[in-house]
Design a protein around this ligand. Structure first.
Ligand code: S3P
Length: 448
């Protein structure tokens, strides 16, 4: 989906205490997967709570292009009439995934073992991101790819006519790569075994099981795990309830911590253990976050969060926590800027290939609001300012929704206002962000 050429800047100003309920939208990772598995099941899958944001809507459009019937009812329940594993039609036009690495990479896996061709593209940010990490292992299944230099989009992928089962170790700590290979395995004959040393998010594995795939997960002796999928699978449709996204909850959560006097509740958030590193990190920094009413929803643990303004201390974030909070480092960096003392984050080379180079974007943004920060090859060292961050300055969003949201949250508690140069990308993951934050009491003003 194309964005208008005119940027939409916004300024965040110091705000009075934030209070109220922040009902954040559905989880992005689970939303993409529900549409994809719904397409691969024969029959009707119904999805409640789907994230209706640009990234996910682009995946929905791609599923239609592969032959699924995807509709939404007045009460926002989504229905996917799938075509079955191996039943994908060939898209008649180029698939544009906008800003979404997850949507595009998962769909590459989905089609890699079906004899159809598709052309993948995206916005300027996505066209810079490395796709070789998915394309190379998909070739082991028999797929063929033709990408721009450096394995970049636009690219053409030809699914295998006679797919092979695969045993492969995924060296990069990426759930997207793992998931793409698991999806490819569904239409290969026999068993495929995909291993990974990092414990990345496991939504694909869980949802595959719920759709009736034969899948086994075993821990590896030296850490990590191996996932075995029985191919030529028949998936049965399912009813999916998408829990609220912890990566979106992170923004009102940190806002509640930083703005003095705040108390914010965030109901029914996904608490999958592989997604909640931020909660551990913030608590270790001294954050008051109450986790109540833990329960199950749609095969995942959820809970209500209550956050109160807190004085934070800088800490060293263990690098092995990275997969469980990989999207949360921008907002954690903002929290660290307000903490007392130094915060060290390492093992984060993956952040350089997200929607933007997030280490560079955070380092330059923090400097612009008066924070001392050292950018390492694989991390950041942030000198916390004990609650008194100067602010001012304009932040370059660099087509990255999480950079935009992080600095808008910072500006609610800095001494001078903070302007972000473009808020358009926020619609890729959290279209309600501005309204939801204003309802809590956030002061955002349109910038001329
Ligand atoms: C995601 C995996 C992560 C994360 C992304 C969503 C997923 O990416 O950053 O926002 O849904 O599998 P990587 O797998 O590239 O780390």
């Amino acid at each position: 989906m194309a964005h208008s050429a005119t940027p939409r800047p916004l300024t965040a100003r110091v705000s009075g205490p934030l209070s109220g309920r922040a009902e954040v939208p559905g989880d992005k990772s689970i939303s993409h997967r529900a549409l994809i598995l719904g397409t691969l099941a024969a029959g009707e899958t119904r999805i409640a709570g789907l994230l209706e944001a640009e990234d996910v809507l682009n995946t929905a459009a791609a599923m239609r292009a592969f032959g699924a019937e995807v509709t939404v009812t007045a009460d926002s329940t989504w229905s996917v009439h799938g075509v079955g594993v191996g039943g994908l039609a060939e898209p008649a036009d180029v698939l544009d995934f906008g800003n979404s690495g997850t949507g595009s990479r998962l769909v590459m896996g989905m089609m890699a073992t079906t004899p159809v061709s598709a052309i993948f593209t995206g916005d300027a940010s996505l066209r810079r991101r490395p796709m070789g990490r998915v394309l190379e292992p998909l070739k082991l299944f028999g797929a063929e790819a033709d990408a721009r230099d450096g394995g970049r989009m636009p690219l053409t992928l030809r699914g295998a006519r006679d797919p092979l089962p695969v045993e492969h170790h995924v060296a990069v700590a990426s759930a997207q790569v793992k998931s793409a290979l698991l999806l490819a395995a569904l239409n290969a004959p026999g068993r495929s075994r995909i291993s990974q040393s990092a414990l990345t998010r496991d939504h694909t594995e869980k949802m595959l099981a719920a759709f009736g795939a034969r899948i086994e997960v075993e821990p590896l002796a030296g850490g990590g795990e191996a996932v075995t999928v029985m191919g030529e699978a028949e998936l049965r449709p399912a009813n999916v309830e998408v829990p609220r996204d912890p990566s979106s909850a992170a923004f009102p959560l940190v806002a509640g911590l930083l703005v003095p006097g705040s108390e914010v509740s965030i109901p029914a958030v996904l608490l999958n253990p592989r997604r909640i590193g931020l909660l551990y990190a913030l608590r270790e920094m001294g954050a008051h976050v109450e986790v109540t009413n833990r329960r199950q929803s749609g095969g995942e643990e959820i809970a209500d969060l209550i956050v109160r303004a807190s004085s934070l201390n800088g800490i060293e974030i263990p690098p092995e926590w990275a997969p469980s909070m990989i999207d949360e480092y921008p907002i954690l960096s903002v929290a660290a800027a307000f903490a007392q003392g130094r915060t060290v984050m390492r093992g984060l080379e993956e952040l350089r290939v997200k929607e933007s180079d997030r280490l560079a974007a955070m380092a330059s943004g923090l400097k612009a609001i008066g924070v001392q920060v050292e950018e390492l090859a694989d991390g950041l060292i942030i000198e916390g300012m004990s609650g008194s961050v100067p602010g001012g300055g304009t932040i370059a969003t660099q087509m990255d929704h999480r950079i935009a949201m992080s600095f808008l949250i910072a500006g609610l508690a800095t001494r001078a206002p903070v302007t972000v140069d473009d808020t358009a990308m926020i619609a890729t993951s959290f279209p309600e962000f501005e309204t939801l934050m204003r309802e809590l009491g956030a002061q955002f003003v349109e910038t001329a």
